[in-house]
Design a protein around this ligand. Structure first.
Ligand code: GTA
Length: 324
């Protein structure tokens, strides 16, 4: 079993110079609070997930910003350790009680109340559209629709992959890498996903492959089986040794369509209902491997359903191509 944090050295390892570099935005280097954020619009407010996406500007900086604030899940470790929730530093306010039933507001100490904040700056119109409320539509994407409508559209309009290259060339988040196999063909980096706050109860890691040019599930064929199997095996081994969850407790999957067209695999804790695990978006890696083993060009021949947002460029392209 591969141990966590161990970086495997292989002969045909990727050179850091293979990836482009870009200097980070200054806003992220100077922020210590959100006093300079000027809110312009609430893009979405998901009361179920307790997450708001806000559009605004940072005083003194050009360009739009998106701030995503999320109330985080309870951590079972923190609930059971050190009596943090149940001591005199926390305040309980009675709203009313009736017979055996009482309604209260509870104000735990400050470190138990952290919100997860994700900030995108400068945010493009595509980012703003992505985090806004919108109508959704199902599309049954045949290989013909993919070739004639989807591929041309994603070739000209997709999210920048700079953050991916920054991870692969160790410019950003290098201290967060949990495991790396640097092989140019079958290697990958495993690290915490942007959406993960770090508690095992909501575990969410991302495996990003080193090989460039695999855009999505649609590109996968028998040549990629060693890569997919390697990610599956070493990803699970690493998570098992570092976080104590074995393969049967993990949901390992790809998104179709993804937001970012460089192959990556999501690893989440089975008990955590992470965003993007629904049937119309998630494809289990074990299932993907099995399909390709049975039919090597399965993903070039199959009809793949996916969901498109009304305000996405793909939606317009599908309308123009008379698919929707
Ligand atoms: N480590 O810089 C990064 C980074 N970025 C920019 C994206 N990711 C990153 N991880 C690291 N560093 O899981 C992660 C994303 C995502 C994966 C890309 O890469 O967190 P994907 O290509 O399949 O696209 O995966 P996906 O799933 O749509 O991801 P993305 O872009 O996060 O979309 C999030 C959607 O989920 C939004 O539409 C939003 O409405 C919704 N959402 C729900 N909860 C959250 C949340 N807590 N934070 C952000 N978005 C949320």
């Amino acid at each position: 079993m591969a141990s966590a944090n161990k970086i495997i050295k292989l002969e045909n390892a990727i050179e850091a110079s293979d990836y482009p570099k870009r200097i980070n935005d200054v806003v992220h280097e100077t922020l210590t609070n959100l006093s300079k954020f000027q809110l312009n619009e609430i893009l979405s407010n998901n009361t179920n997930r307790k997450i708001v996406s806000l559009k605004g500007k940072f005083e003194g900086s050009s360009g739009d910003a998106i701030v995503i604030l999320e109330k985080t899940a309870f951590s079972e470790d923190i609930l059971t350790e050190g009596n943090k929730y149940f001591n005199e530093e926390n305040h309980l306010k009675n709203i009313f009680h009736n017979d055996i039933y009482g309604d209260y507001q509870y104000f735990p100490q400050i470190e138990l109340n952290a919100l997860k904040a994700t900030i995108i700056h400068p945010a493009s119109q595509k980012h703003i559209d992505k985090y806004s409320v919108h109508n959704l539509y199902m599309v049954d994407e045949t290989p013909k629709i993919y070739t004639e409508v989807i591929l041309p559209q994603i070739s000209k309009d997709q999210f920048d992959l700079q953050w991916v290259f920054n991870i692969l060339n160790h410019t950003s988040e290098s201290e967060r890498i949990v495991f790396e196999d640097p092989d140019a063909e079958s290697g990958f980096i495993l690290l915490p996903d942007l959406k993960w706050g770090g508690e095992v109860d909501t575990l969410y890691l991302l495996a990003i492959c080193h090989k460039k040019g695999i855009k999505s599930l649609r590109d996968l064929n028998e040549q990629h089986l060693p890569l997919l199997k390697n990610i599956n095996k070493k990803g699970i081994e690493t998570i098992s040794s570092k976080y104590g969850l074995d393969g049967s407790q993990l949901r390992v999957y790809l998104h179709y369509q993804p937001s970012f067209y460089h192959l990556h695999i999501h690893f989440t804790y089975l008990r955590h209902e992470a965003p993007g695990i629904l049937a119309e978006r998630a494809h289990l890696l074990s299932n993907v491997i099995s399909n390709i083993e049975l039919i090597p060009d399965y993903y070039q021949r199959v009809t793949l359903p996916f969901v498109v947002r009304e305000n996405d460029g793909l939606f317009q392209a599908l309308e123009e191509g008379k698919v929707l």
